[in-house]
Design a binder for this molecule. Structure first.
Ligand SMILES: Cc1ncc(COP(=O)(O)O)c(C=O)c1O
Length: 377
């Protein structure tokens, strides 16, 4: 059987398959469990807010301008206007994606049109590498510790043919963050013909007063794209919507690789309401901070090593290989994310859930970990 050209076949074979968090229904089907807790994909367990749900219901019911039978507003004008207002930006500086993952793909596609390489720190979101490779680029992972982001390592990994650099800030799955000084160095010292993508998917979980927003460097660097998603603190992961902000000219170029109608109407109206709902964000941020504190306390009680200072997740290291701990927890009805595919062989990533979900996690984890010992101290 012949599939594609030899070259396409070989290139595609080398691209790793993205492994998503296991859905609750799948675990229910496979293990016939009654109660399942999912702490695997960094979703916000508290939402979406009532205002957002009401807005979606209204949109489903339909009006002269909305309804499921009509195409959505292709460029998301109304949502982009709300984002522009919130961020103090021009409408033309904002692009929407079917999740911010799609904007990562658009950025790679645009930057790597003439070939070249993309760079990201080791232990980063898998889509950076996958998007680079599917755009025909070579992916370079720079050495980076799971506990600290290293600007010199990123700059040092850049090659003559590098066209795009990705930074998750905070970084998933390690939960490390580059401060304002480090970010400023990267923005200023990275060659200006390289597109710098700063992925701020988890930024809204940080203190808005102190968070080093890369968008504050937009006047200094035009080759800069800052990404946000509605999948995390806004709790709209099912609807698939995210946005990127950048220089007017950069966004107008990215618009050329965006598919028409890439974001759907329900996602647009939900996100338009969510982006103005500061109270829900503050509520979620506060619950997340409490859950983080409680997690570290519990990890210390079990003599486990937990790391990650930002985002809505924690990396937990144990004496067990990650796939084993993952399976043991799964059998107890708790879904986490094993991290061996991110070169973290003994780590699982645990999303911070509601107090009762974290109780279920520790009830299951204690049985396993107290038996084998965490072995990390
Ligand atoms: C760092 C990072 N960026 C982007 C995304 C993708 O989010 P979206 O659902 O908007 O595609 C994720 C999702 O887990 C993430 O962790």
């Amino acid at each position: 059987m012949t599939l594609l050209s030899n070259q396409a076949f070989e290139t595609l074979r080398q691209i790793p398959l993205y492994v998503p968090g296991k859905p609750i229904q799948e675990v229910q089907r496979e293990l016939a469990l009654e109660s399942i807790v999912k702490l695997a994909s960094n979703e916000n367990p508290w939402g979406p807010s009532e205002a957002v749900k009401a807005r979606v219901i209204k949109a489903v019911t339909g009006s002269a301008y909305e309804g499921l039978g009509l195409y959505p507003v292709s460029d998301g004008f109304y949502l982009r206007s709300a984002i522009a207002k919130r961020r103090g930006l021009n409408l033309g500086q904002i692009i929407l994606g079917n999740g911010s993952s799609e904007i990562i793909e658009m950025a790679a596609k645009a930057a790597l049109l003439g070939g070249g390489s993309g760079v990201a720190p080791k232990h980063s979101f898998a889509i950076y590498g996958i998007a680079t490779q599917t755009a025909g680029g070579r992916f370079i992972e720079c050495p980076c510790s799971p506990t600290e982001m290293d600007v010199d390592a990123i700059l040092g990994a850049v090659q003559l043919d590098t066209r795009i650099v990705f930074l998750g800030n905070p970084n998933n799955p390690t939960g490390v963050m580059l401060g304002r000084e480090g970010l400023a160095r990267l923005v200023r010292e990275l060659r200006d013909d390289i597109l710098l993508v700063v992925d701020q998917a988890y930024s809204e979980y940080e203190d808005p007063e102190t968070y080093p927003d890369a968008a504050s460097f937009l006047d200094e660097r035009s080759n800069l794209l800052v990404l946000h998603t509605f999948s995390k603190i806004h709790s709209l992961a099912a609807l698939r919507i995210g946005y990127g902000v950048g220089h007017l000219k950069l966004i107008s170029l990215l618009e050329r690789v965006r598919s028409p109608f890439n974001t759907n109407m329900l996602a647009q109206v939900a996100a338009e309401t969510a982006v103005q709902d500061y109270a829900f964000e503050a509520f979620s941020r506060a619950r997340n901070a409490e859950a983080r504190q409680a997690f570290f306390t519990e990890a210390a009680n079990h003599k486990c090593k937990a790391t990650g200072m930002a985002g809505n997740f924690i990396l937990l290291e144990s004496a067990l290989p990650a796939p084993e701990l993952f399976k043991d927890l799964l059998r107890a009805g708790v879904i986490v994310r094993p991290m061996h595919g991110y070169d973290l062989p003994n780590h699982v990533r645990v999303t911070l859930g509601k107090p009762e979900e974290m109780e279920a996690f520790w009830a299951a984890a204690s049985v396993v970990l107290d038996n084998v010992g965490c072995g990390c101290r």
